[in-house]
Each structure stands twice: as structure tokens, then as C-alpha cells.
Design a binder for this molecule. Sequence first.
Ligand code: SAH
Length: 493
Amino acid sequence: MRTILKRVFLTISTTGTVERPATDLGYLLHKHPDKAQAFSTSHGTAHVFYPEASAERCTAALLLEVDPVALVRRGKGKGRGGAPDSALAQYVNDRPYAASSLLAVALTTVFKSALRGVCAALPGRVEAPMPLRVEVPALPARGGAELVRKLFGPLGWSTVEAEPVALDEQFPEWGDSRYVQLVLEGELRLADALRQLYVLLPVLDDAKHYWVAPDEVDKLLRAGEGWLAEHPEQKLITSRYLSRRWGLTRQAMERLELVRLAEADDLAVEDIDNAVDETTDTEERPVPLAEQRRAAVLEALHAAGASRVLDLGCGQGQLVQALLKDTRFTEIVGVDVSVRALTVAGRRLKLDRMGERQASRVKLMQGSLTYTDKRLTGYDAAVLSEVIEHLDLPRLPALEYAVFGSARPRTVLVTTPNVEYNVRWESLPAGHVRHGDHRFEWTRQEFRDWAEGVAERHGYGVRLVPVGPDDPEVGPPTQMAVFEMTEKEAKAA
Ligand code: SAH
């Protein structure tokens, strides 16, 4: 086979002033404007260079020389029986100069830190939207210019231009090719722009060149952070990105739905039980229930002798913070489905300014508790504080399996409101749940039945502990189940 290099091209420009030079783009991309650099990727060589670099204007160009031989070789290693798969063959045979999903791969390889929004040199600028102009001269777009506008339109760009490219300029009567010339302009955070491109270029190309593995869902959700959950074309984006693998698409859509709910939840008023009664004399300020809950959780973790702890559904990180202050806890992992909650948690913990020792003790991860997750195995204890009631009841068995069947820590603490107590909340109208996003609230008996069922099914013992004032009639405001794996199961594990 003859080796023909195929080229894919993208530019990113910004403007600036003497005080805020456009050349800062080089820092944000972690690629110096004075140097042309080449990176070898699995599909060929990616070049980064700056056609212009002044304080007023700076343009970074990414050029990918696709190496068809590398592509085929890669295909052979991975495929069955050494035959390059047909999707790869397509890249070799009928892709003259544009191959967006390869470009997306090159983007993550070359601009990894920029995509994550990390820049130690200019932390302030990474966070700030900046004037950006992105140009892709030949973008393969199934669905044409109209779809390009639908995809980039809702994402905060002030200009989205998609000009169809003629099949051959000499012969306009031949009509348009499947390529458009894309120009995006607007004030966006660089990381957001890169993440959009990373997802939407292959979506428009609609011919993913590699096998879509289950972890592609994670990649999609990570790159879709902050924009995909609300995108009107979310279904098309998800399904094309995942090469129309329906099971994965559905999983991604479900997780996006949770992200949406959790984000709406974050914006809603705090749980009613976090509020302190304003009329109370400040001298005798009652301890907010949330604080009492954390104290009860800490006590139970101490009693269990746990040192490596998962906070599942960690929300904005209050418990993680309390655990960090206690040196008995050597490893603390907060997991939540809401990226926004995790962002707030990260800020609360000052993760970016933390010393190395502290930082090595704590980790925040995005994930959904209704899917088993290998990252959650091997811990001493897991806490689910005020989380189960945020799930639709039919999803609860999935969470049960992910925590007690798959992650299987020795100790699991679950807290949830006791609905019987609601009559004692003066500000809560009769028959209302405590928080807009609670899907259910249980009586003591309902919680006990569930907890005993779980314990029975997975080889745990369970006891129930009241949190807050234990009212003789209606019980405590919060109920906590403390699960301990049985000796027999623990030995087997
Ligand atoms: N544990 C914290 C937050 C409780 S609010 C506390 O005690 O204050 C419930 C949290 O569960 C929210 O942050 C929400 O985003 C998260 N959550 C809801 N469903 C989830 C799911 N399926 N997977 C992971 N987290 C989920």
C-alpha cells in the first residue's frame, strides 16, 4: 500500500492587550508560542504551531498528519485475526483530508491539561471566559451546516458559521461535499471550548474509528461536563458519540438525567433540616441536624475502626471535610453524580492549594451509584448520608447491588429522613417531604424492613441508630442504619 499522509487542521485564536496578552494562550494550552512542536499519537503525528503570536492576536494551529499505516497496524493489534477492521479501512481509503475523530484524539493527547482546565502558571485565566475564534476549514458533517448550527448554537458562541464546502470549486454544478467550513466565535472558557470540540467533532463526522468501549460513557460525561446535560440535541450527540450502541447510549442518558436533577437540586434551597430556627436565642442555638448527623457518622466510623472511607453521594463535601480533619482517616473518597456539587466540594476543601500530604488522603470522583464501579472496591467503610431518598424507588436495587454486592466494604452507614418526624417540623406543611428532590421518605418500619432485607441478601448484620432528638411518639428526625459484614463473609472476602 502506498502511504499518503492525510491532514487535518484546526486553529484556535484569541485577542488581547498589553496587560492581558493574547500569547497567554500558549500558557493555557501548555504549548509555547515560539516553538513548533510535534507529538506522536497513535494515528500519526500532531503538530502544534502558532501562525501568529503577538499581544494583540495569537493563533494556535493543530495539524494532524494521519498515518494510514499506523492506523492499520493499530487495527491489526486490536482486531481479530489480524485483519484491519472495516472502519479503519475506510479511513485509509476514502478520507482525503478530514478525519475528525482522529482530530479529537489528537486534541486530548496534545492539549490534555488544557482540556481539564488546569494551568498552574495562570490559574485565574483558566477560569475566565476569553475571546475565542475556532476554525476548522474542512469539517466532515453528516447532517450538514444545519446540524452544525444546532450543535454549537446552544453552547454560548456568539457566532456559529458553517459554510458548505463545494465538492470541487472548478465545477460548482457538482454541488456540495460533505464538509463544511466551521467558524466559532465567542467569549468562552478555553477548556469548555476544547471539550465541546472533543465531543462534537466526532459526532459530526459520525464515523468513530475505534471500538466504543464502556468507558467511553465516562469520557463523554467528563467532556460533557457543564454543557451536555442541558443540550437540546443531547440524544443525537450521545447516540452518535457512542456509535449508536443503544445500551451505552441509554446508560449515558440516564446518568445525564441524574446530573440534571442533581444540579437542579444544588440550586434549590438547602435541606430544611440544615436550617436553624431564627427565633431561637443565639446562646442556645440548637446544633443543626446536618451537624448532628456528621457527628453520628464519625462516631460509627470510629467504632468500626475504619480508616479508608467512601462518602457516596458526598454532595458539597461537608463530611469529607470533617473526615479530613481527623487523622484516623487515611484515605477519603467522595463520589457524586453532580459535577457542580463536586466543584463546590473541591473549592470547600481547597483541593488546588492543599499540601501534598493532605492531597494524598482525599479524592473526589464523579460517578453514579446505580452502576457498579470497580474504583469503589477495597475500602473499609462507605457512608450514604441522605442519599437513598434522592433515587427513584425502582433504582434502589441497583444502588443496593453496586454498594453491598459489588463494592462490599466491611461497614456501610446509611442515613435517611424519618417521615414520621415531619409533623414536628413547624415550617413543613402537612404531607410534604423535607426537600423538593426527595423521591420518598420512609417511616421507621419501612427503613427497618429495607435495611434488614439488604443485610440478609448480602451477608451483613444491621442495627438502627437514631440521630437527633428521639421523640417518644414519632422517633428521631434522622434514622441511621449501621451495616457490618458478617464474620463469615468477611473471612471469605
Ligand atoms: N451526603 C451529603 C449530600 C446529600 S444530598 C449530605 O449528607 O449532606 C444527595 C446527594 O446525592 C446529592 O449530592 C446528589 O447529587 C447525590 N446523588 C443523587 N443520586 C445519585 C446517584 N445516583 N449517584 C451518585 N450520587 C447521587
